[in-house]
Design a protein around this ligand. Structure first.
Ligand code: KIV
Ligand code: ZN
Length: 403
């Protein structure tokens, strides 16, 4: 396995940690739709679920492994606690994938050891290599996460990581499980790991972080500067509590500011090569799909994919943008797959504009469905000055998605 990475691996966990958002549960067919969209987006790894937790999750991981886990497709990953039954079940679900990864985890913070696991540090030091080696008996690609690393004693963390790598972990993932660290602390944690874990060069350093203080993306960018080469993230930043680091924000930060980040990856500063293999033009569509399927709305002022992210409201800004876009725009709307000319839909709009906008929002309707939705659209347009994307989604959901 190549570990001296000069590009960033994007590990998407929308279908695992993202699905841990209250109320965001997806059925198997919906998970497959998201997995297809993630493959089109170009993510390197899809964490498809936690197979031991339910037969639905097991089947979803298995189906995604079979359909999406082709030799040229992404690696398909399944989560497992550091126990034989979890790991064996994950291995079974991942069997159909050309490239399967088992991601096993065990907490390392004293808080988790004392109150949750009721285990000693010595016990953790014994379990980790044993379970990593067990995972390795099923797949070559094993990821280990010391849960709550952000609040763990760094010296203990170094010992655990060294053992995990010696037992065969090819990726070591550093989770800020409760979103507690600040960017400089998280960057220093990654640097400490690079400097103090003797065999760290045999593994990729990954980061995973929650957004309890709104710092997950900033923490990851500091981690990249200090040697992290895999970022674990979700579409629209969904996930447990305040969510995970948002894929679209990370990818676009690395894209827009690549000349700033190039030297940290050992590249010439002026290189224009992308830092990730994400096809950024699929970002908006994927965001809409995940929002529609999970029912989790994207706040209008959300970076990159919010409804206002590329809208200019004040006269001064509009004037500036009309003279030269770069006055108030740091990226093109087209770079995330938005149509630059905002088509304002109203009662005079035709079927073509209606169909085009729905496509942009990720809805592919049959002719019959389109006709049905168009009649309803005209009805709503008669009562409103302007039809927003929210209206369109409501029309499709009411007319087509409901039985
Ligand atoms: O937040 C966390 O620590 C996790 C681990 C399972 C990686 O989701
Ligand atoms: Zn998490």
């Amino acid at each position: 396995m190549e570990t001296s990475q000069d590009r960033i691996i994007i590990f998407d966990t929308t279908l695992r940690d993202g699905e841990q958002s209250p109320g965001a549960a997806l059925n198997i067919e919906e998970k497959l739709k998201v997995a297809r969209a993630l493959a089109r987006l170009g993510v390197d790894v899809i964490e498809a679920g936690f197979p031991f937790t339910s037969s639905g999750d097991f089947q979803a991981v298995q189906k995604i492994a079979a359909e999406i886990g082709t030799p040229n497709g992404p690696t398909i990953c399944g989560l497992a606690r550091a126990t034989q039954k979890d790991i064996k079940t994950a291995a079974e679900a991942l069997k159909p994938a050309a490239k399967g990864r088992i991601h096993t985890f065990l907490a390392t913070s004293d808080i988790h050891l004392e109150y949750k696991l009721k285990k000693t540090r010595a016990e953790v030091l014994a379990i980790v290599p044993e379970m990593v080696a067990y995972a390795k008996s099923f797949v070559e690609d094993v990821e280990f996460s010391p849960e709550d690393a952000g609040r763990s004693d760094p010296e203990f963390l170094y010992q655990v990581l060294e053992l995990a790598i010696a037992a065969g972990a090819t990726t070591v993932n550093i989770p800020d499980t409760v979103g507690y660290t600040t960017p400089s602390e998280f960057g220093a944690l990654i640097k400490g790991i690079k400097d103090n874990v003797p065999n760290i060069d045999q593994a990729i350093i990954s980061v995973h972080g929650h957004n309890d203080l709104g710092l997950a993306v900033a923490n990851f960018l500091e981690a990249v500067k200090n040697g992290a080469r895999q970022l674990e993230c979700t579409i629209n930043g969904i996930g447990e509590r305040a969510g995970n680091a948002a894929l679209e924000e990370l990818v676009m930060a690395l894209h827009v500011r690549r000349q700033y980040y190039n030297p940290f990856l050992g590249r010439p500063a002026e290189s224009t090569e992308p830092l990730t293999q994400i096809n950024t033009q699929h970002i908006y569509k994927t965001s809409r799909l995940v929002s529609n399927l999970t029912g989790m709305m994207v706040q209008p002022n959300k970076a990159i994919v919010g409804a206002n992210a590329f809208a200019h409201e004040s006269g001064i800004h509009q004037d500036g943008v009309l003279k030269n876009r770069i006055t108030y725009e740091i990226m093109d709307a087209q770079s995330i797959g938005l149509n630059d000319n905002q088509i304002v839909l109203g009662k005079l709009s035709g079927r073509n504009a209606f169909r085009t906008r729905l496509k942009e929002l990720g809805f592919e309707l049959s002719d019959t469905e389109l006709n049905k939705a168009f009649v309803r659209f005209k009805d709503v347009a008669d009562k409103k000055k302007e039809i927003t994307d929210w209206d369109l989604e409501a029309i499709v959901n009411d007319e087509i998605r409901q039985p």
